[in-house]
Ligand binder design. Sequence first.
Ligand SMILES: Cc1cc2nc3c(=O)[nH]c(=O)nc-3n(C[C@H](O)[C@H](O)[C@H](O)COP(=O)(O)OP(=O)(O)OC[C@H]3O[C@@H](n4cnc5c(N)ncnc54)[C@H](O)[C@@H]3O)c2cc1C
Length: 473
Amino acid sequence: MDESPVDRDRRLEALASRRFDLLVVGGGIVGAGIAEAASAHGMSVALVDKGDFAGSTSSASSKLVHGGLRYLRLGDIGLVREAHHERRLLMRIVAPHLVRRLPFLFPLYDDGPYRPWFVQTGIVVYSTLARAKLNGLVDLDRARRMVPTLRGDGLRSCALYEDAWTNDARLTLANLRAAEERGAVVLNYAELTSVRPLEVRADGRAIAVDAARVVNAAGPWVDRVRRLEDERAKPSMRLSKGAHALVDGGGDWSAALTIPHDKIRVSFVVPWEGMLLLGTTDTLFDGEPETVAVTDEDVDQILREAAVAFAGAGPVRATFCGLRVLPGGDEATANARRETVFSTGPSGMVSVAGGKLTTYRRIALDALDHLGVRGLSRKPRPLPGAVGLDRIAWPVELDAVTRAHLIHLYGSLAPDVLAPAADDPSLLEPLVPGRPDLRAQALYARAHEWARTDEDVLRRRTTGWLAGTPQPV
Ligand SMILES: Cc1cc2nc3c(=O)[nH]c(=O)nc-3n(C[C@H](O)[C@H](O)[C@H](O)COP(=O)(O)OP(=O)(O)OC[C@H]3O[C@@H](n4cnc5c(N)ncnc54)[C@H](O)[C@@H]3O)c2cc1C
C-alpha cells in the first residue's frame, strides 16, 4: 500500500514547477527544523530527503532532550545552559505532548569513577542551570522505589537530577507538518543529485529545482552533498557510531538511570514507550553511512555497561544505531564537543554539520542567520498538536493507556487520527500485537504523514516496531 499517489504527484509537480526561496536537503530534525523556521519567516521552502523523513540519525538517538551532563564535565557551561533553555521551551510550548520531563538517578558505586561530593556539586550546578528544583543526593530506599531493579551491591548513594525524553522521529515529523501547513513542499524518497544545476531524483525521474538558496542538512552525508557542489571539498567531520538496545520493563520505573563509566562517558537506561532503552556506544566509524549496523559486540557492550547498575535485563527485543557527526578535530570521540559547524560553499550552499536533537530550534535559527535572513524571531512556536491538550474530544471510546499513547504521539491531533474509526471500528484493532498502536494510525500515516512503506509506518510514525518481529501493516 502506498500513500495517496495523487498527493505525492501534486508535491512532485510543485517541486518541479515552483520557484523557492530555499531548498533544504535532508529531512532529519535539523532539516525539518530549518524548514519550519524558514516557512515561519515567510520563505517559500522545499525540503527533500533521499530516504524517509527521520530515517537516519533522527530516529536513532538516545531520545533525550537534555542539558548534557557530559558537557558540564567538559566545562562547557554555555552549551548546558542553552540546551536546558531549549528543553524548557520544548516541554512547555513547542511540543509538550512529545517532550516530557523525566528524573534521572546517577548511582555512585564504591568502585565507580566519582566521589559523591564531586557529583553532588556537579548536579547542583546542572540543576541550577536547568532551573530545576530536583537535585542532590537521595537515600537508597527512595532510589529503589524509583528504579526497582537498581543494583544494590557496593552502592553508596545516588544523585538525582531532571531532564526530558521524547520520540525523536515524531518530533521531526511535527516540524515537517508545521512547514507544510505554511505552504512548504516536503518530499521523502527524493535525493539531491546535483547542485549546479539543482536536480533531485524521485520516483525514477530527474527534477530540475528552482531555488534561490540551498541548505545542506544531510547529517552523516553532509560532506557527500558538499562534494556535489565542489568536488574538491575537504572532509569537515568525523562519524561516531552509537548503538542502542531495547528490553522489556520500565512500567514500574519513575526515573531513568545515568551510569558513569569513566570521568566523561556515561550510558543510560531510559523508560521509553513502554520499554527500557539501553545505550549508547561511541566508536569512530569510517565506512559509508548507509552500511552502519549494530554488531554483537555493540550489544555485549550495551548490556555489560547497563549491568553496572541495572540488575536483570531481560532478552533484547530490538536494536538500532546511528551516526554522530563530529565536526572537524581529531580528539577521542567521547571528548569531542557535539557543536554545530556551518560552512558556505562556492555557490552559496550553507552546510550544517553536527548538533543535538535538543538544540535543533537554535541550529535552525543559526542556519537562517547564515543565509542572511533578517529580523529573526526567536519566539517559540507551538508545533501542530501542541495546543489544546486539555480539551480533547474523543470521537470513539478508548481505554486510558491507548488515549495516553495517542496524546503523546499526536497531541491534540489524536481525534483526527481516530475520526475514520467512527465509521470503521476495525481501525481500533491493534496495529501489531502487544503494542498500544491502532490500525487507524497506519491509515493516517499514509494519508497525512507521507509514509510510503510498512517500515515508515512501524518505525517512524508509530511504535509498532517495538513489538520485535516485522509485521505487514
Ligand atoms: C547514538 C546517538 C545518540 C544521540 N542521542 C541524542 C540525545 O539523546 N539527545 C540529543 O539531543 N541528541 C542526540 N543525538 C544527536 C541527534 O540525534 C542528532 O544531532 C540529530 O538527529 C541529527 O539530525 P540531522 O537532521 O542533522 O541528521 P539526520 O537525521 O541523519 O538527517 C539527515 C538526512 O539527510 C538525508 N540526506 C542525505 N543525503 C541526501 C541527499 N543527497 N538528498 C536528500 N536527502 C539526503 C538523509 O536521508 C537523512 O534523513 C544522538 C545521536 C546519536 C548518533
